[in-house]
Each structure stands twice: as structure tokens, then as C-alpha cells.
Ligand binder design. Structure first.
Ligand code: ITT
Length: 197
């Protein structure tokens, strides 16, 4: 089985990747390389950031690298926080700080004015090639968090077809319908096309 490195320190993302990809490939993560330098995410798009992370981690480890960059786009905020989703409430903001800021910014807006989507770009870089795939999912931002599972903005992201927030879904269900789940499906499809798995 071929070994890849997932260029993230985010444990929640790692769980979702392993849930879908675990059987098909051997997946290392940045936890296996404690001294690896941080990648500065200074791109203006999710795709740029994902490719940058994958390039730098491939160069450092020599392993084929996979990187995910994800953002929440809220229509009433003209697409913010988008590429800044992890630092919406400041550089070292927690998931909860970011959710509180988001709810404050949307105060007073009706449900139909609270439309949003998650977008994920997944990049792949090895010594021969670099490419990326994408996934997105539409929803609405609730006025109050609901549910215990998931991470980040999941407790306020309402997915209308199931009438639940992403935090009310188990991992398998979230991974079937989510931005990241769809991007991982596209990623597996492309690896198969390239005879990499
Ligand atoms: P890496 O760059 O190390 O992969 P990160 O936490 O910085 O991890 P991103 O920049 O891709 O990840 O994600 C930005 C933020 O978007 C993240 O901090 C979460 O708050 C949120 N987020 C990402 N994926 C999410 C998901 O599936 N559900 C809810 N929120 C998510």
C-alpha cells in the first residue's frame, strides 16, 4: 500500500480523511513529523493555500502530499469568512470564538438571509505532478449552536435536506454529504484514474 502524507495538524480533519481514505492508502500526518516548519497560509484562494501546503510538505518529507483548505462563505457577509475562516475572530481564535463572532455579525437576519456554503479544496503534489479537486455544500447559519459532534462551524451549519446541523450528524453521514466528503470522493476518483490506487 502506498504511503501519503496529509499536510494538516487539524485532528478533526484527519479523522474525516481517515474515515474515507484509511482503507485505500497508508496515511501519515504532520503528527509524524513534529519538527516540520509551519506553512504560511497567505494565498487568496482555498486552492492556492491547499497547493502551497501540499508543495511545501512534499518538499520537506519527500512523500506524495495531500492538503485540504476549507472555508465557510456566508452570503450576507459577501462571502466572508472564506479563506480567513480559521482566524475570523483573530489569529489564535478558537472554534467557539469564531462561531460567536459569526452569530453576532448575522444578528437580526431572517433564515432566508442566512445562506452559506462550505467549500473545500484538496491538493495533491508529488515529484511529478500537482493538481487539486473541490467540494462544496449549501446550508444556512442558525441563530444558536445545536448538536455535539463535528467541529469548527458545524454546530451552526444547518443542512436543510436532513433538517439537522452538521454537529447533529455522525461522522459517516457528514462525510457522505459534506464539502470535504465530496472533495475526498473526487480525490479518490482522480487517484484511481491515475492508477495511483
Ligand atoms: P490546516 O490548515 O492545518 O489543515 P485549519 O484548521 O487551519 O487546518 P482550514 O484553514 O482549512 O483548517 O479551515 C479553516 C476553518 O474552517 C477551521 O479552523 C474550522 O473552523 C473551519 N472548518 C474547516 N472544516 C470544517 C468543517 O468540516 N466543518 C466545520 N468547520 C470547518
Amino acid at each position: 500500500m502506498k504511503t501519503y502524507i496529509l499536510a494538516t495538524q487539524n485532528r478533526d480533519k484527519i479523522k474525516e480523511f481517515k474515515n474515507k481514505l484509511g482503507a485505500a492508502i497508508c496515511l501519515k500526518t504532520l503528527d509524524d513529523y513534529p519538527n516540520i516548519p509551519d506553512v504560511l497560509e497567505d494565498g487568496t484562494t482555498l486552492e492556492e493555500n491547499a497547493l502551497k501546503k501540499a508543495r511545501e510538505i512534499n518538499a520537506f518529507t519527500g512523500l506524495p502530499a495531500i492538503a485540504d483548505d476549507t472555508g465557510l462563505e456566508v452570503d450576507a457577509l459577501d462571502g466572508a469568512p472564506g479563506v480567513y475562516s480559521s482566524r475570523f475572530a483573530g489569529e489564535s481564535a478558537s472554534y467557539q470564538d469564531n462561531v460567536i463572532k459569526l452569530l453576532n455579525e448575522l444578528k437580526g437576519l431572517k433564515m432566508e438571509q442566512r445562506s452559506a456554503r462550505f467549500r473545500t479544496s484538496i491538493a495533491f503534489v508529488d515529484s511529478r505532478e500537482a493538481w487539486s479537486v473541490h467540494g462544496s455544500v449549501e446550508g444556512f447559519i442558525l441563530e444558536h449552536p445545536k448538536g455535539e459532534d463535528g467541529f469548527g462551524y458545524d454546530p451552526v451549519f444547518y443542512y436543510e435536506p436532513l433538517q439537522k446541523t452538521f454537529s447533529e450528524l455522525d461522522l459517516d453521514t457528514k462525510n457522505t454529504i459534506s464539502h470535504r466528503g465530496k472533495a475526498i470522493d473526487a480525490f479518490i476518483h482522480k487517484l484511481k484514474e491515475l492508477n495511483q490506487i
